[in-house]
Design a protein around this ligand. Structure first.
Ligand code: HEM
Length: 446
């Protein structure tokens, strides 16, 4: 890419009243990936409000690495905190470094083998009943896998069947009702309507489960490596910064939200891509066949699955599960020649930079080998932002990539997938994750 002199522009196509909200809801990929044609910082309208989308990798990098000046503040974050709690992903700058230090041990490289054991067991259980000829409704199935892995890693590895069932039931309710909770004004969220009550009960059940596990670990029992274990163990010592029960619950809920659907959506899109690109499917199968010989992938296999890893990186470039993150300007600043007053809303979407021709030649083309270490030139460093950047970048990156790699290699080593009638891979409208509407795949033995 050439050295940046940033430009500002305005997105065309605003609709009366709604502005660009309709485009964001119904055609997010086409809309956001087209914006860079109008500038590096592009103004859009969401109903009566204005926001600015960051479309240049370096401009975005600047914003993401100055998280005090561009904070997680504003109406949406207030509602998020009120709805899911003040965890590491939702808290403002003022609380962030402390919270991030507290959860960081969970993500250390030394923990990854333990997390992978949970993943291997769940992948085994998930695929054990599959039969040739069966049609798999992919999204509900990968969502369940993603949630069970996240629940056992975050809450406790040996959660029993009843506890997992509570997590699955509560989480389904929370995810389904959350978009509505986020748009309702606080007073309406407190009314005793059926939806509000169901949401509150589901949250209460999740939090109670976290509390039970934390209380058990509180007595100084040896840590088993789950997030709740690690946080509760800090509490049993004399650490004055140790978390109280609500803070531990906030972190656990925040982590389940950040870490389950994202992994599920990654796997779903990787399978979509493989049905569309048979040559990539064959290479993947050859790699999985040579390394695994039909068994489930294990943590130690990961370094020998480089093509699987490139398929996932490329899938995540084209289909980033998190696609829309706001920031609020906290002190007056100038970006791309535009003066931005405190309170201005900026939007970060990987879609706005990862489809740029100058960063990724033939950007709509699925090409896992653009991530080959010998590819010259390599993709620009700051242009791949599927996991964010800076102090608020995703701490779960290795966790997520390991999970997706173990699952995809295991599946590719055993099965072929063919799209079945009824499949519709347009993204679900108004959804926090960019997931396909309906993905039905017929299985045949590899
Ligand atoms: C493919 C899967 C994933 C993707 C694409 C992804 C993407 C992201 C992105 C883009 C951010 C930054 C958001 C922002 O700057 O506003 C983020 C933050 C975060 N992610 Fe992930 N994530 C994934 C999986 C996970 C997993 C598995 C976990 C936990 C087990 C996790 C935990 C978090 C947390 C806690 C944050 C907030 C970090 C902070 O504010 O300090 N993520 N993720």
């Amino acid at each position: 890419m050439t050295s940046p002199v940033f430009t500002a522009g305005t997105a065309p196509g605003a609709l009366p009243g709604a502005g660009h909200a309709w485009h964001l809801a119904y055609r997010p990929v086409d809309f956001l990936s087209s914006l860079h044609a109008h500038g590096d910082l592009v103004e859009i309208r969401l109903g009566p409000r204005r926001a600015h989308v960051l479309c240049h990798p370096e401009l975005l990098h600047h914003v993401l690495t100055h998280d005090r000046a561009f904070d997680k503040e504003g109406a949406m974050f207030e509602r998020l905190r009120d709805t899911v709690g003040n965890g590491v992903g939702t808290c403002p700058y003022a609380d962030h470094r402390r919270q991030r230090r507290q959860v960081q041990p969970f993500f250390l490289p030394g923990q990854l083998a333990g997390h992978a054991r949970v993943m291997e067991e769940e992948i085994d259980a998930w695929t054990s009943s599959w039969r040739p000829g069966q049609v798999l409704d992919v999204h509900p199935s990968v969502s369940r896998l993603g949630l069970r892995v996240a629940a056992r890693a975050v809450i406790r590895a040996d959660l029993d069947a009843a506890a997992l069932e509570t997590v699955e039931r509560s989480f389904e309710t929370v995810l389904g009702l959350m978009p509505r909770q986020l748009v309702l004004p606080p007073a309406m969220r407190r009314l005793p309507t059926r939806g509000n009550r169901r949401y509150r009960h589901a949250m209460r059940d999740l939090r109670a489960l976290v509390d039970r596990v934390a209380a058990y670990r509180d007595d100084g029992a040896a840590p088993a490596g789950s997030l709740v274990d690690l946080l509760a163990l800090g509490r049993s010592g004399a650490d004055p910064a140790a978390m109280d029960g609500t803070q531990i619950q906030d972190q656990a809920v925040s982590m389940l939200l950040a870490g389950s659907e994202t992994s599920a959506t990654t796997l779903a899109w990787a399978l979509v891509r493989l049905t569309r690109h048979p040559e990539a499917g064959e290479r993947l199968r050859a790699e999985a066949g040579a390394v695994l010989g039909g068994r489930t992938a294990r943590f130690g296999d990961l370094p020998r699955l480089p093509y699987t890893s490139r398929v996932l990186t490329e899938t995540l470039r084209l289909h980033p599960p998190g696609w829309f993150f706001p920031r609020k300007v906290t002190t007056e600043t100038t970006l791309a020649g535009r003066r931005l007053a405190p309170g201005t809303i900026l939007l970060f979407s990987p879609l706005a930079v990862q489809y740029r021709e100058d960063a990724f030649p033939r950007p709509r083309h699925f090409d896992p080998d653009r991530w080959h270490p010998d590819r010259d030139p390599a993709p620009p460093r700051n242009a791949y932002v599927t996991f964010g950047a800076g102090a608020r970048g995703c701490p779960g990156r290795s966790f997520a990539l390991n999970e997706a790699c173990l699952a995809l290699a295991t599946l590719a080593g055993r099965w072929r997938f063919e799209a079945a009638p009824g499949t519709d891979v347009r993204p679900v409208p108004f959804h926090t994750g960019l997931r396909p509407r309906r993905l039905l795949l017929r299985l045949t033995a590899a």
